[in-house]
Design a protein around this ligand. Structure first.
Ligand code: KG4
Ligand code: ZN
Length: 336
């Protein structure tokens, strides 16, 4: 069964084709970074309008690159949330319309389940059960994953998401949107000099809080950052505090659950320092970390096509409704 995946939850329009036996056959993406950069963040209305312009050509390209015609398609999977309402609606209505026209089922996919399952597209997919660390622009979640749709929440951020903290700190340093990867580049020139807190690591529990880290960065920027080297040193200290905090919590989650496998996914998991520290930590416990390839850490349609296929194969489809849920708790998903 060929499945078309469509992703439009934020500032990337994407389409991909997945087949359970043949694997991922195509994945096409258009990033809106150039549109939003001037505003220092995503402008929801501009995002929706650009999805509207770019989605149809992307779908055509994904089908052509996969070498499948519309007639061969077995289902359409789309990101139904969480995300920006207008942006979600563009993908959801396009997907629902295509499914109707092709006479195939449509399935609404949870964006974070897409991220969580992205490592399944790699050569060595993680076997269940595992602990998942989902770190994106809007979410920071630790979950015990027993199977698809069996998500036991272990911890979450009580305030800013990890990616949001990266982006806000990058903004303080005058770096262009999206700040996370730019801050990581700058950190590579930095030296160990400033020390920031590792929030909530001295108390038991698996929740996160990153707003204090952001405030510590703000105060340091105001008081001590003047030269280019100061900026790099601050980026270094911030990234180090973030990597240490995430690693401490993941170690705790593995110890608490007795599991040896960790999945790290979502945009922030593209960060090489974080990847390295998580790998070292898991290895020290005799375990292993599974990441998506960097391009599938950030938003993409490959993960949506994959997650959608799993739910379609389990017979979980929607009727003719167009589902768009800006807020959608992962715990509400049905198990397969
Ligand atoms: O998963 P994603 O593409 O979109 C959401 O679902 O939010 O995550 C985007 C987030 C942004 O905050 C971005 O700055 C961050 O991931 N990010 C990074 C890196 N690449 C993307 N943060 C730190 N280091 C990176 N290399
Ligand atoms: Zn995402």
């Amino acid at each position: 069964m060929y499945v078309l995946g469509i992703e439009t939850s934020c500032d990337e329009s994407a389409a991909a084709v997945y087949h359970p036996r043949l694997g991922l056959l195509s994945h096409c993406l258009h990033s809106q970074i150039d549109i939003h950069r001037a505003y220092g963040g995503v402008v929801p209305e501009l995002a929706s309008r650009d999805h509207l312009r770019k989605l149809a050509p992307l779908v055509k390209r994904a089908l052509a690159e996969a070498g499948v015609s519309a007639a061969g398609m077995g289902g359409v999977a789309y990101t139904a949330g969480p995300g920006l309402m207008g942006a979600l609606l563009v993908g959801a209505s396009a997907a629902r319309g295509l499914a109707w026209a092709w006479g195939v089922p449509a399935v609404a996919v949870h964006h974070m389940e897409g991220h969580l399952l992205a490592p399944m597209l790699e050569a060595e997919p993680p076997p269940f059960p595992f602990v998942a660390l989902l770190i994106s622009g809007g979410h920071t979640l630790l979950i015990q994953v027993q199977g698809i749709g069996q998500y036991l929440p272990l911890g979450e951020s009580l305030d800013d998401a990890a990616g949001e903290a990266f982006d806000k700190t990058a903004k303080l340093l005058g770096l262009p949107y999206p700040g996370g990867p730019k801050l990581a580049e700058l950190a590579a020139q930095g030296r160990p000099r400033f020390h920031f807190p590792r929030p909530m690591t001295d108390k038991p529990g698996l929740d996160f809080s990153f707003s204090g880290l952001k405030t510590a960065a703000l105060l340091t920027v105001q008081q001590e950052v003047k030269t280019e080297q100061d900026r790099a040193d601050l980026a270094y200290a911030f990234q180090q505090a973030m990597a240490d905090t995430l690693t401490i919590k993941c170690r705790r989650a593995l110890e608490q659950t007795g599991l040896k496998r960790l999945v790290a996914a979502g945009g922030v998991s593209a960060n090489t320092q974080i990847r390295r520290q998580l790998q070292d930590m898991a290895a020290s416990l005799g375990g292993r970390v599974y990441f998506p390839r960097p391009e599938f850490c950030t938003d993409n349609a490959a993960m949506i096509a994959y997650a959608g296929y799993q739910r379609l194969a389990a017979g979980q489809t929607q009727n003719l409704e167009i589902l768009a849920r800006p807020r959608w708790p992962l715990a509400e998903l049905a198990r397969i």
